[in-house]
Write a protein of this length. Structure first.
Length: 346
């Protein structure tokens, strides 16, 4: 049995947080904002009161509701619900079960993927396998990101220090996106894969605190383990190779001819890195006009970003039945990448 995407949903909380607000209220360096290239980002936390208005599971449930309506299925049809995010709402219970409760789904399999930008692709791979082996007929994937609680707590405690902290605050966005994948006589998901290549390479982006090793005592805070950390030089050095590897493996695994693609949805780290990657591809004759992204308009929502772009293309009427789309992702945590080749059958 084959599988296809039958519905897409997207949700951003509140109103857009502009660069002007970041400069005036939070004293983010205007030079950094210009260099980064993100025009707006979204926070589930109120920028004035700093109160969290929506949890990640609540945002996911709203995106799923839209995807369900788009696919015209019933909640009772869902056999498997997969959530994927960089940071779950809680250590336990899993975010997947919280989304299930909000959707009032009485019974289904619920899985959670703890991953960064590649999580959405891993979820598609799992969904596709479940359907092909007959363990599910309808799978819903909810991808989310909620990081504003970190930046605003740090700002409140006067811990926003230097370019690294400012970069995080300016780059990332809270949001959720979702897709419905169903059993189908038509083949919609043609190929999916993910790889981890991090052995021997230092982690590029990380958050130490919150797990069993650094649960969050006073020592952990004094060592700044509660902060998101990045190694920008390492990310710039290795990040582009992830996109290249993903496209090469997708082509090798499918016999894909890039000229046959309608769109290519690219990793959404930040506009500065993305445009550098695109410029390098342009010089090799790669059809960069097919690359789609929206990180410049809405910020980096980690794994949720890929479905946001798919939703935007679909809503804009830029997809026709039979169009082929490649979605690729790369993640600097421990250097993962993945890809999906889709034939649009919606």
């Amino acid at each position: 049995m084959n599988s296809k995407i039958s519905g897409v949903g997207s949700y951003f909380p509140g109103t857009a947080i502009s660069n002007e607000l970041l400069t005036k209220r939070y004293e983010i360096d205007p030079w950094l904002l210009k260099e980064l290239g993100v025009e707006n980002r979204f926070w589930a936390s109120d920028p004035e009161s700093l109160i969290l208005n929506e949890t990640q599971s609540e945002m996911m449930a709203k995106a799923v509701e839209e995807a369900i309506a788009d696919s015209q299925i019933q909640k009772e049809d869902i056999d498997l619900l997969i959530t994927t995010s960089t940071v779950p709402d809680y250590t336990l219970p899993t975010t997947a079960t919280l989304v299930q409760e909000l959707l009032e789904i009485k019974k289904c399999n619920a899985l959670e993927i703890h991953c960064g930008c590649v999580g959405a692709l891993q979820a598609i791979d799992i969904a596709n396998c479940y359907i092909k082996c007959g363990k599910a007929k309808t799978v819903v994937i909810a991808a989310g990101n909620l990081m504003s609680t970190y930046w605003l707590r740090e700002w409140k405690n006067k811990e926003i220090e230097g370019m690294a902290d400012q970069l995080n605050m300016a780059m990332f966005s809270d949001s959720a996106s979702a897709i419905v994948i169903q059993e189908s006589k038509e083949e919609g998901i043609l190929y999916s894969f993910s790889e981890s290549v991090g052995s021997g390479i230092e982690k590029g982006i990380f958050l130490d605190m919150g797990g069993a090793v650094y649960p969050g005592d006073q020592v952990d805070f004094s060592e700044n383990r509660h902060k998101w950390s990045q190694r920008p030089k390492l990310i710039k050095k290795h990040g582009s190779a992830l996109s290249k590897s993903a496209m090469e493996e997708l082509a090798e695994g499918t016999g894909l001819c890039i000229k046959d693609l309608k769109w290519i949805i690219f990793p959404q780290a930040n506009p500065s890195l993305l445009l550098n990657d695109i410029e390098a591809l342009k010089s090799s004759g790669f059809p960069v006009e097919k690359i789609r992204y929206n990180v410049n308009k809405v910020g980096n929502s980690a794994t949720a970003s890929l479905f946001h772009v798919l939703y935007e293309i679909d809503q804009n009427g830029e997809l026709a039945y039979g169009d082929k789309i490649a979605i690729i992702g790369g993640e600097a945590s421990k250097w993962m990448y993945g890809g999906v080749l889709i034939e649009w059958k919606k």
